[in-house]
Ligand binder design. Structure first.
Ligand code: IVH
Length: 649
């Protein structure tokens, strides 16, 4: 269970916070299901406050927070018809069912006042979302037709069609930027753009499916509310149906399993709602989902094809990844020609051979996977695969580190594949954010023989750039300007860009916020680094080792000589909280790390438990035992807002 908690936490972070999932949604769902079965069987080990018991996602700091008048809930899932029948057992009381496609997008709340669109917000954590009104203006109708007086709130899903998605990804690839993993991520990334012009350009769509307080308008069923929404000029989906019985629901589900391919946008199931709204009130909701609606999830898509070859790619840290080259096959509406085989153990475990017929799966993700090998189709001509003993890019003898499944090329300093990947990473958005340096340019640069270290790109002349294929004078000037600008990016970007193993953007910020300069970080002992809240011993060792490597130190000296920004002002902003000690409890709109950083930045201290020494307990929803203790000890309790007011003064 602990393993599952950790995995789910990580993958939820990748999905919700970074819009960059590593595993298909179906695989994530399977992890959640496995955990929920274990929690059911072993309630004594269940973490009641875990994210699977809340609505996913948390509001970011980029947009103003919006507190939803009525929480935006999620839906529970079922994966088969029997489960669906069980879910509705004893609930329908003669009501029919309203079936709608489950759109794989982002939930939003739209508010109209006297028929005018006044506010749009994301779901966030279900209670507090982000104000994305300006971005939504390009997508939702500005005015309702025949509007009722006063407030109308509707909920719906923002999505990107396959057509827009493919167009935008082709552009990304041309520009050397990382393409979006799937339309949902593209929609999420677009909706959270700071520049609403980009949102309008990219082209999102919205479908609404939920009218809040429908009774206020004399509506008693989901069927009538969909018609009402449509009559007001709001976009609703084309595919939905009233079903008198669960048998009909089953037919709808079966019909649209393949039919949904023609819809032009991603749907991953069917939402089945009790039609009669009186039941919505009598059945109510759990902490995170209504009891009157359920999501039936379709199984992920698979297709059969053949492995024609296995090739190896070399990543930024030298890891060799085997990749299956497939006979092109269409899965979930796109053509699949490659699948990651991860590592030698994976190939051995599944006994994957060149020439094998395999089943490949591709949910809405970019990287397809091999689900199973059809061993009965073997002819004897298939050849087992052995990983190369030499790096395919530089010819170095590969090494296998103990306790690692992966093989690595040890030639960090001059393997062209590693250099190209490091350069790409260095230039990426989270790193030095140098637009234009993507896969193809990185490879060209390395092949030109002009780059032996990351700092070398800063020494190239305009002539060096224009001597590369497809780089004209204007592009060269552009890149030079970008490179110059990158020197003054925040230090956390540089620390990320260095590519220290295990150090991503979050850890980089923690390191910078604690040490303030690259020099102090370099001089820090392993213990000093490990003492930071949120930095474990493995990361600390990795960071410490990085600064003990001559090559790395030379690189930093180069950056210093080139005038890079190597420090940040980390003095407390004001000392409003000096001498005060804080404890946090319950659900807040920020993470605990963010809360602690705020306290520390204003000169205060944070502790994990309430005692007589505690100055304030900041309590969100569901405070629990800490709240009780604070009240008993007479410790002053603050709301999150009161806390924020203390430091904004
Ligand atoms: S109704 C009270 N209808 O799926 C909850 N949700 O996995 C009302 N979704 O949070 C939700 N299509 O963002 C509803 N036709 C549909 C939907 C739909 C997609 C989303 C929605 C929900 C999530 C749950």
């Amino acid at each position: 269970m602990n393993e599952l908690y950790a995995m789910i936490e990580r993958h939820a972070g990748l999905y919700y916070d970074q819009d960059s999932p590593e595993i298909p949604d179906a695989e994530y769902d399977a992890l959640v299901r496995e955990l929920s079965e274990l929690e059911h069987d072993y309630p004594q080990y269940a973490r009641k406050d875990f994210l699977t018991h809340k609505v996913g996602g948390k509001p970011s700091r980029l947009f103003a927070p919006v507190v939803h008048e009525m929480p935006m809930l999620s839906l529970d899932n079922v994966f088969g018809f029997e489960e669906l029948v069980k879910f509705f057992a004893g609930k329908s009381q003669g009501s029919g069912f309203l079936c709608e496609m489950k759109i794989d997008g982002l939930a939003v709340s739209l508010v109209y006042e006297d028929g005018i669109f006044v506010r749009g917000a994301t779901r966030g954590d279900g209670r507090t979302g982000e104000d994305v009104t300006e971005n939504l203006r390009a997508i939702v109708p500005e005015k309702l037709k025949n509007p009722p007086a006063g407030r109308v709130e509707v909920r719906g899903e923002v999505l990107m069609t396959w057509e827009r998605f493919n167009a935008i990804n082709s552009l990304c690839i041309e520009r050397g930027e990382k393409p979006f993993a799937n339309p949902r991520n593209a929609a999420a990334g677009t909706l959270r753009q700071k520049d609403s012009k980009i949102v309008a350009e990219r082209g999102l769509d919205v479908f609404v499916y939920y009218l809040i307080d429908a009774e206020k308008f004399g509506i008693r069923s989901q069927y009538d509310s969909l018609l009402w929404l449509k009559a007001k000029g709001l976009p609703i989906q084309d595919v939905w149906k009233y079903c008198g019985t669960l048998g009909e629901v089953g037919k709808f589900i079966a019909h649209w399993q393949d039919g949904r391919r023609t819809l032009g946008y991603v749907t991953d199931g069917v939402v089945v709602k009790l039609d009669d709204m009186a039941l919505w009130h009598s059945l109510g909701t759990t902490s995170h989902a209504p009891r009157w609606a359920i999501a039936y999830k379709y199984p992920p898509e698979e297709a059969r094809t053949r492995i024609t070859d296995i090739r190896v790619s070399v990543g930024r840290t030298g890891v060799l990844t085997p990749i299956a080259i497939l006979e092109p096959v269409s899965v979930a509406g796109t053509t699949v020609q490659r699948a990651s085989l991860h590592n030698a153990d994976y190939i051995a475990q599944k006994d994957i051979r060149v020439g094998d017929f395999v089943s490949v799966r591709k949910a809405a993700e970019i990287i397809p996977e091999i689900v199973s090998v059809d061993k009965s189709a073997r002819t004897g001509q298939e050849s087992p695969y052995t990983m190369p003993s030499k790096c395919p890019a530089c010819g170095s003898e590969v090494v296998k580190l103990p306790e690692e499944a992966a093989l690595r090329c040890p030639n960090r300093a001059s393997c062209p594949a590693q250099l190209a990947e490091s350069l790409k990473y260095f230039a990426s958005r989270d790193g030095m954010n140098i637009k234009g340096i993507g896969q193809s340019l990185a490879e060209k640069l390395i092949a030109s023989g002009k780059i032996h270290s990351l700092s070398d790109i800063y020494t190239l002349t305009l002539e060096d750039w224009t001597s590369l294929d497809k780089i004209d004078a204007k592009t060269a000037e552009n890149i030079s300007a970008q490179l110059e600008a990158s020197k003054s990016r925040p230090l956390a970007n540089l620390v990320t860009a260095l590519g220290i193993p295990y150090v991503g953007t979050n850890t980089a910020s923690l390191l910078v916020n604690n040490f303030g300069s690259l020099d102090s970080l370099r001089e820090a002992s392993q213990e000093d680094i490990a003492a930071i809240d949120g930095v474990g011993p493995v990361i600390a060792e990795s960071v410490h080792d990085f600064f003990r490597n001559g090559e790395n130190l030379r690189l930093i000296d180069d950056f210093r000589a080139m005038g890079f920004r190597l420090s940040e002002d980390i003095r407390p902003k004001n000392n409003a909280l000096s001498g005060k000690s804080f404890v946090f409890t319950g659900t807040l709109s920020m993470t605990r790390e963010e809360a602690s950083e705020l306290v520390k930045a204003h000169g205060g201290r944070v502790s994990g438990s309430v005692s007589t020494k505690t100055s304030y307990l900041v309590a969100g929803e569901n405070g629990g035992s800490k709240l009780a203790k604070a009240e008993k000890l007479g410790v002053k309790v603050l709301s999150e807002q009161e806390f924020l007011d203390m430091i904004s003064a």
